[in-house]
Design a protein around this ligand. Sequence first.
Ligand SMILES: *Cc1c(COP(=O)(O)O)cnc(C)c1O
Length: 230
Amino acid sequence: MNDARTTEIATSLAEVRERIRVASVAARRTEPTLIVVTKTWPADDVRRLASLGVTDVGENRDQEAAPKFDATVDLALRWHMVGQLQRNKANHVARYADVVHALDRAEIVTALDRGAGLAQRRIVGLIQVSLDGAEGRGGAAPESVAAIADQIANSEHLDLGGVMAVAPLGADPGHAFAELVRISDRLRSDYPGASMISAGMSEDLEQAVAAGATHLRVGSSILGMRSPAR
Ligand SMILES: *Cc1c(COP(=O)(O)O)cnc(C)c1O
């Protein structure tokens, strides 16, 4: 695909990659993996992104992700489910998700493990941590992380990947991501392989890189503003 939309995406993707490069140099860190969040945008945009070298895409709702995955199965992409997982959608999501970012309670871990078993696939699970001490944008309380980690690590079909967070609204994202990195440090003392830190979106990717994120989830800076905001 090589049309005006491809050119538009190529331009904004190059800008975001440059932001990541500059932030990584400043922080003296390895560049994190860029996950382009494609929610609300069509399967053709996924195709355009793949043609521009994107390897990882993210979605937040099964109803939207499943048909997009089916329309692009010919592409070698890693699919990330970055949104809250509903228990009754776990079997569906297990069919195509390579990484599920928002595991935050036992019943969801159990459901995803069962789904992965039925799909005969292994899935990487990240623990979503709530950094604002409230439910709001989802996530487990920091003190629950160790128990969820044990559950994922002992699951038959899941691999414990690490942690994920969304910066709390109205708070300093740098501060929040530093807290996430401390939680990741504690987790890795028990599970050295669980090194993924999924943090940083369009507005705060620089702070996430500075704190030590390994994976960034960027949507609107690359694909444009979503309407209505989601
Ligand atoms: C939509 C979404 C993103 C991407 O947000 P942008 O601000 O568009 O970059 C990242 N993470 C999650 C969990 C999301 O739902």
